[in-house]
Design a protein around this ligand. Structure first.
Ligand code: FEO
Length: 401
């Protein structure tokens, strides 16, 4: 099968030997509309190194790609940059087959792998900044704790000017192209932003520090090789600049309305608020949580300055889809948002207060009292919704240049 599932050459020394998952649509709650890849890399140095492994069901594919370059038994070293199972799921079975001299991980990686696989194999911990000789080149390791697990680390292969960045700079995108210049730039932009919003946003300040550290290393970066999506070789400045911006949680004059509706009353309110925001010159995205996924909402708020939430009252509570999305967004810890709440009700009407409480828990500054509509919003209520949208829009314009 090595003549079917072949390695892809990145440089004379480094090959991509990962797997393409065309079908995955859910990655622990994040909708992966375009599938994903699990990237592994083979460094053909004097001591051959396999950099990361793939999700367990794709192990055969990875082994074929390795075999298309070299007898897998010749691999001397396996590196586990990140213990999450999409990268470690086939690690120990692979190690049992190829019998490397050593498996390297960070100290926390060693601990986590042991907790996940209960002593399935011996792992040697490398220290932050430690350099391992591959004979005719070196691989240097740097911890990136909480980006996005405690064990996460990256490595630098000076001879190829290549950064192995594990999840960072990655995206969930199944494609036949292995490099950034083989993929539509709009797709790269969207999928890398969606990945950041759904995976890295809670740790945005640490991303900024990691970027500072990478900058201070003075590396002449020619390749960034992440564990998902394409290898960056052409437009590194763009992805690095985007990461710098997302890490700083810079906001734009954009508003996002997320809502649920039962009989279209809360929906009408959402649309009126959207009109008010537009009238203030503020771009707005209006997302029904019946038609959109929570990870779409995460993408939309990445650079938004306002989050407005709407829900009808259902059995004295907010609608379940709103509890879902707000719980998810709260965990992503977006910063610097203003917001408001709205919703319809039949008799008890608790939803708007509950939404406001949830927004406040998310540290969203609620800038205007919420609006309720009994049963169906009448023209004065819709006018109030429009005015709320306009007010939020004007506030964004005064606070965001
Ligand atoms: Fe791609 Fe955090 O695993």
């Amino acid at each position: 099968m090595k003549d079917v599932f072949k390695a892809v050459r990145i440089t004379d020394r480094v090959w991509w030997v990962g797997a393409v998952d065309w079908n995955i649509r859910d990655f622990h709650g994040y909708e992966t509309k375009r599938g994903s890849t699990y990237n592994a890399y083979l460094v053909m140095a004097d001591r051959i190194a396999l950099i990361d492994t793939v999700r367990a069901p794709f192990r055969d594919e990875m082994m074929c790609r390795i075999a298309s370059v070299v007898d897998p038994q010749a691999v001397d070293i396996i590196v586990s940059h990140h213990a999450e199972m999409d990268h470690s799921g086939s690690l120990f079975e692979t190690a049992r087959e190829i019998r490397p001299d050593v498996i390297y991980a960070s100290e926390m990686g060693k601990k986590t792998l042991n907790e996940l696989y209960h002593g399935a194999g011996d792992v040697i911990a490398v220290k932050d900044g430690e350099k391992v000789s591959l004979g005719n080149c070196d691989l240097a390791f740097y911890e990136t704790r909480m980006l996005h697990w405690p064990d996460s680390m990256i490595s630098w292969l000076e001879s190829e000017k290549m950064l192995f960045s594990q999840d960072a700079f990655g995206m969930h995108l199944a494609s036949s192209g292995r490099f950034d210049d083989e993929i539509d730039p709009a797709v790269l932009e969207y999928e890398s932003a969606t990945y950041f919003a759904n995976i890295l946003l809670p740790y945005a300040p640490l991303v900024g520090k990691a970027l500072d550290r990478v900058g201070a290393m003075g590396w002449d970066l020619k390749f960034i090789a992440p564990d998902h999506g394409p290898v960056w070789r052409s437009d590194l400045g763009r992805i690095l600049g985007n990461y710098r911006r997302w890490a700083s949680q810079e906001k734009t004059r954009k508003a996002v309305i997320i809502y649920a509706t039962m009989w279209h009353s809360t929906e009408r309110m959402a649309r009126a608020i959207g009109e008010g925001l537009s009238s203030a010159g503020v771009p707005v995205r209006v997302l029904s949580m019946a038609e959109n996924h929570r990870s779409d909402a995460a993408f939309e708020i990445l650079e938004a300055g306002a989050l407005i939430a709407g829900s009808p009252t259902l059995n004295n509570n907010i609608f379940p889809s709103m509890a879902d999305v707000l719980t998810y967004l709260k965990g992503l810890r977006p910063k610097k948002l203003i917001g408001a709440a709205f919703g319809s009700y039949g008799w008890s009407g608790e939803s708007v207060r509950q939404l406001e409480d949830m927004l406040k828990e998310m540290k969203v500054e609620v800038v205007t009292p919420g609006i309720t509509a009994k049963h169906v919003p009448d023209p004065p209520v819709l006018q109030a919704c429009y005015d709320l949208g306009r007010q939020v829009g004007e506030r964004l314009k005064t606070t965001i240049p």
